[in-house]
Design a protein around this ligand. Structure first.
Ligand code: B12
Length: 211
């Protein structure tokens, strides 16, 4: 791998915001394409950290500081990403009512943005009616629902039903620690992903299926 990209990947993983922003600038100055910076340094940093997290070799504080560095890096990179890069599709994303967990959702947002999606994050503890309103307002290509509690994930079918009453062909992706592929299928979600990295892969897949 290009040495600069390797350094950038390390800076993101260490959560070094200043170094991340500096290296994004330096990479662009040396003529590297924004998309290359994204796909060969920032996304792999997130993926590697995610893998370490699954092996219990990295912990939540590390994920959080890395996510913050990634966000700063994305801010620096965004103006250089061509319209095509940002225009992969629009996703409205929120955590369901009664649930204030935001970390996983925010990581999903960052990975989706990293993969070129535009994301409208409507926050946490989002009531079903608010999901419907946001769907009506933005007409997203995908609606993403997050839940971290086994109690609040029971809200997901209600949201799916209400949004599908508005648009029967709504594409709805669900996720969060207690959510399983079987649960997602049972409640009629269009897709599920176990982590933020795979959420971006799944979102691409869902959109190419509806093309
Ligand atoms: C941090 C945390 C909190 C923080 C949240 C801070 C914040 N801003 O998010 C605070 C302290 C506020 C909190 C509160 C509570 N929490 Co809490 N919390 C956690 C903890 C430690 C980590 C969650 C987390 O951020 N994980 C890291 C992220 C990266 O993982 P993730 O959220 O799963 O997200 C990934 C995937 O699931 C997926 N994903 C997530 N969303 C989506 C969406 C889509 C569309 C897709 C495709 C994918 C996807 O991608 C993400 C990134 O890879 C977990 C325990 C644990 N170790 O997991 C408990 C945990 C989730 N909490 C729990 C509980 C019980 C609570 C409380 C009820 C405690 C209490 N008695 O008050 C309250 C609930 C408040 C509420 N109403 O929501 C339980 C839930 C048990 C259950 N199954 O119901 C857990 C499992 C702890 C436990 N072992 O008991 N919590």
């Amino acid at each position: 791998m290009n040495e600069l990209l390797e350094m950038l990947k390390r800076a993101v993983m260490l959560g070094d915001e200043e170094e991340t922003v500096r290296l994004v600038g330096e990479a662009l100055h040396t003529g590297l394409l924004p998309r290359t910076v994204l796909e060969e340094a920032m996304m792999p940093a997130r993926a590697e950290l995610g893998e370490r997290f699954s092996r219990n070799e990295a912990f939540i504080p590390e994920l959080i500081v890395a996510a913050m560095a990634m966000e700063k890096g994305m801010e620096a990179l965004k103006p250089f990403l061509a319209g095509e890069e940002r225009g992969r599709g629009l996703v409205v994303l929120g955590t369901v009512h009664g649930d204030i967990h935001s970390i996983g959702k925010n990581l999903v947002r960052m990975c989706l943005e990293g993969a070129g999606f535009q994301v409208v994050d409507i926050g946490e503890d989002v009531r079903t009616e608010r999901f419907v309103e946001a769907y009506r307002e933005h007409r997203p290509d995908i609606l993403g629902l997050s839940a971290l509690l086994s109690s609040t994930m029971q809200r997901m079918p209600e949201v799916i039903e209400a949004v599908r009453a508005e648009d029967p062909s709504a594409v709805i992706m669900v996720g969060g620690a207690p959510v399983t592929r079987e649960f997602a299928e049972r409640i009629g979600a269009s897709g599920y992903a176990p982590n933020a990295f795979e959420a971006a892969v799944k979102a691409r897949e869902l959109l190419s299926a509806t093309d």
